[in-house]
Write a protein that binds this ligand. Structure first.
Ligand code: AMP
Length: 604
């Protein structure tokens, strides 16, 4: 007559409000009548109380929990029934309901943290909402909440993607469940506001200042302005083709005080640096601009015999179709006769400049000389000019696949065309080995430019060209600002800066150098590995300036191997001297490219 114990449990309610009571009853039957017991080790609720009742062949034990604690939420209560034959047990889980509490809400550590960390407790799990300036923050790719659920804890982060000083402010967390709601606010301070002159204000100040002087000195000023006007006309050489040719500073090692091509109207004739800086007009102010000391200093132009630019006859150029439009005129595909000794005619790209002034003509000539002198397999080939009549024409080798930025986008995951209403990937995605190949070629072009002490100042994928067989060349020296105008930031009246490609010293002090070109090369690598995304696409120009000047760098692209991101970080060292050298970068890229298997061979 020996029997294994049988067990049954009964309870009032296992889901209980914090502070409430629970009674559980466990009945063990069997032969012989078993011992029955509740295991309560580790239980936090006070006043645990057990009472035994014996029936003829049942042993019953009641457990009462009084003033149930939230710390017992999820606690597993086990009843054990045992006799000489063996043991049986049964388990129940307690659920304790309580209103939410915010245990932790941390201010982000300035500059280093991009998230507000929190820990909230409550059961049932509270819902969390964030508010700023009285408005609920809706989740987006820029601000999102990430959290983990534990028994009755929620732990996580309100994460910001590249926050700026616009994100500084009070953030309120509201946690609610069916039992209540709790609120806590902290101040999120992500970045200091930038110390950038408000160009608009500066312009207004200068304007007011100049106007009051002009009114005061009306009579005299009139004569004075005429003199200045005559002088500017005489000396100023507006660089219509925007070539950054000779651009830098006259004294010291640093580069120009002026930002980019459009303001390189400075007039320093080659070999006449002693003549001192000329000036360029930005808004109403005149800012000294000295052109290209490095370039001239190291034997270009000064020591070289005069450059003879090849002249091409207009009748030898037959326009075929428009390829694009730059800041200074249209670009056409054309056939050019009598250019090559081996071919009767060849395809070329011609850049046109319509209705040039006398100054523009002189610039044109000078820029043609500069391009004639820059010859390298990874710099687009310049064939010559056509200046008999209007428009003025520069003739370049034709690069079949156009600019590199367009090319990257066309070979990225988002490139789709519709075929019979169905989306199709038209070109095939670029693989890693192709990306290395592209980057290595641009680096090779840059090694050449730096050997010529030539500072480009606007290196970006939009200024590189792609030819047959994935041949890539640095192909533009400042004409793409119209098509890609969102890549540039207008300061004052005329200046357009490619700030997203610029290092802090160029943004803050308008210093350009071979090292600032290296920074831009880091951004080019980022563009390549993101299939042509705009750097900091999610930020406004002011926010970009703020991020870069305060030491933020672009995130690692999803596809980018660690070794390449390390190279990018090497290009984005804050101190120009600490940046990698372009020769070393080229070597590493070449080695990485060789070690990477060719996944997909696009383009013959
Ligand atoms: P750019 O004025 O140099 O920015 O040229 C405007 C557009 O014309 C570029 O975005 C290219 O798509 C195209 N283009 C410029 N130069 C060439 C070239 N040498 N070969 C083929 N396309 C070119």
């Amino acid at each position: 007559d020996l029997d294994l114990p049988d067990i049954s449990v009964a309870h009032s309610n296992l889901t209980v409000l914090e502070g409430g009571n629970v009674t559980l009853s466990c009945n063990g039957s069997g032969s012989p009548v078993p011992e029955v017991d509740w295991t309560v080790n580790g239980l936090h609720s006070i006043n645990t109380h057990q009472s035994n009742v014996y029936w003829p062949n049942i042993h019953s034990i009641n457990l009462t929990l009084v003033n149930v604690s939230r710390d017992d939420n999820g606690f597993v209560l086990t009843c054990i029934s045992e006799n000489v034959v063996g043991m049986t047990n049964v388990s129940l889980q307690l659920a304790v309901l309580f209103p939410p509490v915010i245990l932790r809400l941390d201010e982000p550590e300035r500059r280093h943290h991009t998230c507000i960390e929190f820990t909230v407790r409550g059961f049932p799990h509270p819902t969390l909402r964030w508010f700023r300036k009285g408005h609920e923050i809706l989740q987006s790719e820029y601000i999102r909440m990430e959290m983990e659920h534990y028994q009755d804890y929620l732990e996580g982060c309100l994460t910001f993607q590249n926050p700026t000083h616009y994100d500084n402010g009070n953030y309120t967390l509201v946690a609610s469940n069916s039992l209540g709601s709790v609120t806590k606010t902290i101040y999120g301070y992500f970045l200091e506001p930038p110390f950038i002159e408000d160009e608009g204000k500066l312009f207004n100040c200068l304007f007011t200042f100049v106007m009051s002087i002009a009114v005061g000195l009306a009579g005299f000023g009139f004569v004075f302005l005429i003199v200045i006007f005559v002088l500017i006309n005489k000396y100023s050489r507006r660089n219509k083709f925007g070539i950054k040719g000779p651009v830098a500073v006259i004294s010291g090692e640093e580069d120009s005080a002026s930002p980019l091509h459009h303001v390189n109207h400075g007039i320093v004739t080659p070999c006449s640096l002693e003549a001192g800086p000329d000036a360029v007009i930005i808004g109403m102010s005149r800012i000294p601009v000295i052109e290209n000391p490095q370039y001239f200093r190291h034997g270009h132009n000064c020591n070289k015999p005069t450059t003879y630019v090849q002249h091409i006859k207009r009748r030898d150029i037959v326009l075929k179709r428009e390829l694009g439009e730059g800041a200074f005129g249209k670009v056409f595909l054309a056939e050019c006769y009598n250019l090559s000794p081996t071919k009767d005619k060849m395809l070329v790209a011609v850049k046109t400049l319509k209705d040039p002034t006398l100054t523009a003509r002189k610039d044109f000539q000078r820029e043609a000389e500069l391009l004639t002198n820059l010859q390298h397999e990874h710099i687009v080939k310049f064939y010559g000019v056509c200046v008999d009549g209007d428009p003025l024409i520069m003739v370049f080798e034709y690069m079949k696949h156009g600019d590199l930025n367009k090319f990257l986008r066309a070979h990225g995951p988002d490139a789709m065309i519709l075929v019979d209403g169905q989306p199709m990937q038209p070109n095939g995605e670029l693989g890693l080995s192709q990306m290395f190949h592209i980057a290595t070629q641009i680096a090779a072009g840059m090694v050449y430019l730096s050997s010529q002490h030539f500072v480009h100042r606007d290196l970006a994928t939009r200024n590189c060209l792609v030819g047959n067989g994935l041949l890539v060349k640095i192909g533009d020296f400042g004409m793409s600002r119209d098509i890609y105008s969102s890549d540039y930031y207008r300061v004052g009246g005329y200046t357009m800066l490619p700030i997203r490609w610029m290092p802090p010293e160029s943004i803050m002090y308008r210093k350009f150098s071979t090292e600032s070109d290296v920074w831009s090369f880091g951004v080019i690598m980022w563009e390549i590995f993101t299939y042509g995304k705009q750097p900091w696409f999610q930020l406004s120009n002011n926010e970009v300036i703020e991020c870069i000047t305060q030491g933020r760098v672009l995130d690692r692209p999803r596809l980018c191997p660690k070794e390449v991101y390390d190279l990018m970080l090497g290009c984005w060292q804050r101190e120009p001297q600490q940046r990698l050298n372009i020769k070393d970068i080229q070597k590493v890229l070449y080695a990485l490219g060789k070690a990477t298997p060719v996944y997909l061979d696009i383009l013959g």
